[in-house]
Design a protein. Structure first.
Length: 135
């Protein structure tokens, strides 16, 4: 039983430092938004834009909201974001498939707490069920 609990604990922490990257085209600008799994923005993270030959076109940092707008994005093929601690993500940019999408806000901290509470309740129910089956 201790092994199962330890296994679930490790699985729950796998995505704790996951970094997400979204690319959209808004008003003739490439909108780049990066945030962690908790919903907090990737502040002052290194942002790199590469061309088709994997040459670095531009290197900048995200703002306090984890965002960056790029005006000249025609040559950009690859976008990479790197946070402190080596967390990073890379995304290919396909301009033919990109469409204008409304900017969505990440989950608020309050929703994050609700999701965590629901996950804990589900885990407790699973353990109670396993205990019931074991008897």
């Amino acid at each position: 039983m201790k092994i199962v609990f330890f296994f679930f604990l490790i699985i729950a922490n796998l995505y704790a430092h996951k970094l997400n990257l979204f690319l959209e085209i808004e008003e003739k600008k490439l909108y780049v938004y990066s945030y962690f799994a908790s919903g907090s923005p990737c502040k002052n993270c290194k942002l790199e834009f590469y061309d088709l030959n994997n040459r670095l076109l531009k290197q900048v940092k995200t703002n306090s909201k984890g965002e960056y707008y790029l005006k000249d994005y025609e040559k950009v093929v690859d976008v990479r974001v790197e946070a402190l601690g080596g967390h990073g993500v890379e995304k290919k940019l396909d301009l033919n498939k990109m469409t204008k999408i409304k900017k969505t806000k990440p989950e608020t901290q309050e929703k994050s707490y609700v999701n965590s509470f629901v996950a804990i309740v589900v885990l407790v129910l699973i353990f109670l069920l396993l205990r019931r089956i074991k008897k």
